[in-house]
Structures are given as structure tokens and as C-alpha cells.
Design a protein around this ligand. Structure first.
Ligand code: NAD
Length: 328
């Protein structure tokens, strides 16, 4: 019996594959490599290059590997891109996501751990954000994930498909093997490190007049290895007969953009050039999670999510892979 990991060649997927493998799980990866990197996963693992919407392929994988659970990461995940190309996002993340669920249900798979996101909440009405906060996304990416949560709930009702929807806040950091390589890069910590090495001329600080202590936006940063451990715990929860549920994955502590840059300057031991820029439309001033539910129900205990540890791990990986996976 094996676990199907969709999007397993992506950033968070590859780190989760690494952990599942360490834990002795049989893992099969399905990724179309649209945004992922074949080199990010152990070449000895079964790997299928293909789309989650390919029903024949998923049926074959489920049959040949006796898939018992699915950890579903595969998605397009750029907020800005989703605003310009909403149909592409609804097709890839929602329509193909539904096709995947259909293939899994037909194949008898009844456990799914799903990558959801803080973007399903939209503009927060309170901080930190609990799972019971109303969900009103402000962009197509957030809606594409919100719809998948609703579809999963309906599949539980109709087919007994048990799911854990994990709403990540800001994934960051690296393991010794796997790091963050997005094209284009839009995440703060890699950009800060690119500016530290001169690969980028500076870090743009989008918004310096937010109602926060230093005027810059506050986010909840969570180490990718801590995210990976939550997926393993969610799988165990479902295998143990646990109910379907949604869980925030964050630390409950927020750091401002300026605080991230200051911490990175200490880690890399040099000043990092910055440039103030205007706010980006739809960027809330503060996004911080309450994660008590994941701690209580899943037994999750993030160990590596202090900011300096996160940045040090990302810095170590960037130094070994200055051009990401391509020439790493
Ligand atoms: N990075 C974050 O901070 C963050 C925060 C919240 C939620 N998420 C979610 O976590 C998941 C993983 O994010 P990531 O940062 O690792 O992204 P990523 O782009 O590195 O990984 C996504 C992977 O999915 C693959 N993929 C996309 N569409 C596919 C399809 N139709 N068929 C097969 N493979 C497909 C891509 O090739 C890529 O390897 C995504 O679902 C994303 O929405 C990420």
C-alpha cells in the first residue's frame, strides 16, 4: 500500500516526500513538472510525470501501487498570476482537483490530505485567525482552494472520503536536500537572500505605512519541515479513524518585513539593500494563525519555525544551490 503525493516535485511536496520516505512510507509521486523540479526528489522513488486531471493515469497508479491515501499538493500558487489568469487557476486547481478526487473515489481511496491556504480567509476580521474565521477569498487562487475544501466536504458526506485540509500560512526554510526554487520567485525570504548575494539589486518593501509597529506587513512564517511533519500527523489522524477537518498551520507569531530583513542581515553577516514601494492590492496588513487546533488534535509541535532558524536553513541551501535546482 502506498501514499500518492501530487505535486511532490514542488517545494513543500518534496520536503514532505523526504519525510514520508524517512518514516518508511511507500511513496509515489505525480507531478507535471510545470513548476516542480525532478531533482528535488530521490530518483529511486516511483515518479509519474503527468497531470492530476489525467483520470486514466491516476487509475493506473492507484491500481499498480495500491494507493491507500493521497497527499495533494499539486496546484498553481501565485496570487497575482491568478488575478490575471483566473480560468487557468480554476481549471488547474479546482477542475483538475475534482477530476483527481473522482479518480481516487473510483479507485477506493478514502483519505486525502489537502494543501489549503491562509488565502481562503481573505481580509482578516481578527488576529490571530482561528479556523472558524469566515472565509471570503480576495483572489481566484484563494477561491480555487476554497472550492476544493467545499468539494472535499461533499465527498466526505457522499462517499466517506476523509480529509484534512491544512491551511498553511507562509512556508519557508529548507532541509539539507530540499529548498525553495520558484520561477519567478515571489516569496520574501528567497528574495531577501538574492538581494544579500547581489543576484537581485534590492528587496522591494511593499507598503511601509501599514498600521503595524514598523509600518511593514506582518506574516506568520512556518518552516517547511514543520509543515511536512503536519502532513504525516494528518495522515496518521485519518488512518486512526479521525474526522475530516480543517487546520491552520502557522506559529501564532507574526514578523514584519523589516524584522525578516534585519534577522537575515544577522544570519548572512552583511547589510541587505532595500527599496520602499507602494502597497500591493489585496495584501492584508497582518496574517497570523492560531494553530492550537493542529496542536491539540494532530499533536503537531513545530520545532524549527523560529525566524533565525528558518533563515539560516534557507541561507545554507541557497549557498549550496545559488541557481536553485538547475545547477545545484
Ligand atoms: N508556499 C507557500 O507559502 C504556500 C502557502 C499556502 C499554500 N500553499 C499550497 O501548497 C502547495 C505546494 O506549494 P509550493 O510552494 O510547494 O508550490 P510549488 O509550485 O513549488 O509546487 C506545486 C507542484 O505542483 C505541480 N503541479 C501543479 N499543477 C499540477 C497539475 N495539474 N498536475 C500535476 N502537478 C501539478 C507543480 O509542477 C509543482 O511541482 C500548493 O497547493 C499551494 O497552493 C503554499
Amino acid at each position: 500500500m502506498a501514499v500518492l503525493v501530487t505535486g511532490g516535485a514542488g517545494y513543500i511536496g518534496s520536503v514532505t516526500v523526504e519525510l514520508l520516505q524517512q518514516e518508511g512510507e511507500d511513496v509515489v509521486i505525480l507531478d507535471n513538472l510545470d513548476r516542480g523540479h525532478r531533482e528535488s526528489v530521490d530518483p529511486s522513488l516511483p515518479f509519474y510525470e503527468g497531470g492530476i486531471g489525467d483520470r486514466k493515469l491516476v487509475a493506473r497508479i492507484a491500481r499498480e501501487h495500491r494507493i491507500e491515501s493521497c497527499v495533494h499538493f499539486a496546484a498553481l500558487a501565485y496570487v497575482g498570476e491568478s488575478v490575471g489568469e483566473p480560468l487557468r487557476y480554476f481549471d488547474n486547481n479546482t477542475a483538475q482537483g475534482i477530476a483527481l478526487l473522482e479518480s481516487l473515489v473510483v479507485a477506493g481511496v478514502r483519505r486525502v490530505v489537502f494543501s489549503s491556504t491562509a488565502a481562503t480567509y481573505g481580509e482578516p476580521e481578527q488576529s490571530p485567525i482561528p479556523e472558524t474565521h469566515r472565509q471570503l477569498p480576495t483572489n481566484p487562487y484563494g477561491w480555487s482552494k476554497y472550492f476544493m475544501e467545499r468539494v472535499l466536504q461533499s465527498c466526505d458526506h457522499a462517499h466517506g472520503l476523509k480529509f484534512a485540509a491544512l491551511r498553511y500560512f507562509n512556508a519557508c526554510g529548507a532541509t539539507a536536500r530540499c529548498g525553495e526554487h520558484h520561477e519567478p520567485e515571489t516569496h520574501l525570504i528567497p528574495i531577501v537572500l538574492f538581494a544579500a548575494t547581489g543576484k537581485w539589486p534590492h528587496v522591494s518593501i511593499f507598503g511601509t505605512d501599514y498600521p503595524t509597529p514598523d509600518g511593514t506587513a506582518i506574516r506568520d512564517y512556518i518552516h517547511v519541515a514543520d509543515l511536512a511533519s503536519a502532513h504525516l500527523l494528518a495522515l496518521k489522524h485519518l488512518r486512526g479513524g479521525g474526522d475530516s477537518d480543517c487546520f491552520n498551520l502557522g506559529t501564532g507569531h507574526g514578523y514584519s518585513v523589516k524584522k525578516v530583513i534585519e534577522t537575515a542581515e544577522r544570519v548572512v553577516g552583511r547589510p541587505i539593500p532595500t527599496q520602499a514601494a507602494g502597497r500591493r492590492a489585496g495584501d492584508p496588513s497582518r496574517l497570523v494563525a492560531t494553530s492550537d487546533k493542529a496542536r491539540r488534535i494532530l499533536g503537531w509541535n513545530p520545532q524549527r519555525s523560529d525566524l533565525a532558524t528558518i533563515i539560516q536553513s534557507a541561507w545554507d541551501w541557497h549557498q549550496k544551490h545559488p541557481d536553485g535546482y538547475a545547477n545545484g
